[in-house]
Design a protein around this ligand. Structure first.
Ligand SMILES: Nc1nc2c(ncn2[C@@H]2O[C@H](COP(=O)(O)OP(=O)(O)OP(=O)(O)O)[C@@H](O)[C@H]2O)c(=O)[nH]1
Length: 349
């Protein structure tokens, strides 16, 4: 499954940035000619030339790559500046201030809710002051027309805000549905692949702990499947509470994986053993039952250019050994095959 399909925000923002850059680039070029050649408004004309160059550069950049936040910020700030300058120095009759009403849409679509709110509020104040400080507001000189303008702005802001809010919320829900195990809330296999390939860019000092509950079938058989489910939820929350950094994934019925950043194999082993030891001392009270579970853990160290499949296999092999050796223990992959399984940190020591 393509995880990119779930990450709609980046694609949406890039598309908006691309096409807004193109449209604004064309408009800025036309306005620049008009202001420089006919309107005698050189300051605005020159700024529009710079703006047009920036827009076209951004357009061509976003055709090849995902745009950066600074490009969206620059576009929004530059356009806002042009609108404020045009409103301040220009004749009110040319209605340039009307562009103010379009700005919240752009802020929210390009920058999201937090920036959108901040910029929409900021530009409303600045433009309010700019308009009211003008010598004449003709033809906008009645309370009615000022109220109408304010209400149009507020309506556009409210729609932009609620649209972005709902869009972000539904996007997050969709992502959770696809990436989280519905029973325990831990990440699923897809999430694991995604974190490994995309999020974990620094894989030096990365370890995988493959954890499997011991004799879990007995718990199901003795107390029922529902109690078994509650044990899985408790154990997941136990793992999560013990992890400062790292990610927990449920990759099988009673099998979990953890990506653990650690400075060396010894620390990774000690962390895994601490998990094992602490879990063994906990008695879970579920309904009227007191349940104790133990885990077997296999630990593997990431090696340069290793695939996730291979990384998992090594941790899985170590887990298999832990089960073979009697369960409730930790086995490290580097104990199994010293010649090929030492990681970088081992070699260094
Ligand atoms: N309650 C519950 N049980 C599950 C779930 N997924 C898998 N199981 C059970 O987990 C048990 C796994 O059993 P086995 O693979 O034999 O492993 P085990 O009994 O833990 O034994 P070892 O792993 O060898 O120590 C089976 O009884 C499955 O039905 C789940 O989502 N909820």
């Amino acid at each position: 499954m393509d995880i990119g399909a779930l990450r709609g925000t980046q694609a949406l923002r890039n598309n908006v940035l691309k096409w807004m850059s193109f449209c604004l680039g064309v408009l800025a070029t036309i306005f620049a000619f008009y202001n420089l050649l006919y309107n005698d408004f050189a300051v605005l004309g020159i700024l529009e030339v710079f703006f047009a160059v920036f827009c076209f550069h951004t357009y061509f950049y976003t055709r090849q790559h995902y745009g950066h936040l600074w490009q969206s910020l620059t576009l929004c700030v530059f356009l806002s500046l042009l609108v404020v300058i045009g409103t301040h120095f220009g004749d009110i009759k040319n209605l340039l201030f009307i562009w103010t009403c379009a700005l919240p849409i752009l802020y929210y679509l390009l920058l999201g809710k937090r920036y959108g709110l901040f910029f929409s509020f900021g530009i409303a104040i600045i433009q309010g002051i700019t308009l009211l400080s003008k010598e004449t507001l003709v033809p906008l000189n009645s309370v009615n027309s000022l109220l109408n303008l304010s209400f149009v702005y507020i309506s556009i802001w409210a729609v932009s805000h609620s649209f972005e809010n709902s869009r972000a919320e539904y996007g997050k829900r969709l992502e959770n549905l696809a990436l989280l195990d519905p029973l325990t809330g831990a990440g699923n296999r897809l999430a694991m692949t995604h974190y490994f390939e995309v999020e974990l860019t620094h894989k030096n000092g990365l370890f995988m702990l493959m954890l499997d509950l011991d004799y879990f079938k007995k718990i199901n058989d003795q107390y029922g499947h529902e109690v078994g489910d509650r044990v899985l939820i408790e154990v997941t929350s136990f793992f999560r509470q013990r992890l400062n950094k790292g990610y927990v994934f449920r990759i099988g019925g009673e099998e979990f994986a953890i990506f653990l950043p650690a400075s060396d194999p010894q620390s990774a082993f000690e962390f895994a053993d601490m998990l094992r030891e602490q879990l063994a001392t906990i008695d879970y009270q579920i309904d009227e039952h007191t349940i104790n579970v133990t885990i077997s853990i296999g630990v593997a160290c990431y090696m340069p250019k290793q695939t996730l499949k291979n990384f998992i296999k090594r941790a899985d092999d170590a887990l298999y050994q832990a089960k073979q050796q009697g369960r409730n223990r930790v086995v490290t992959a580097y104990e199994l095959n010293i010649s090929q399984l030492f990681c970088d940190t081992d070699k260094a020591s």
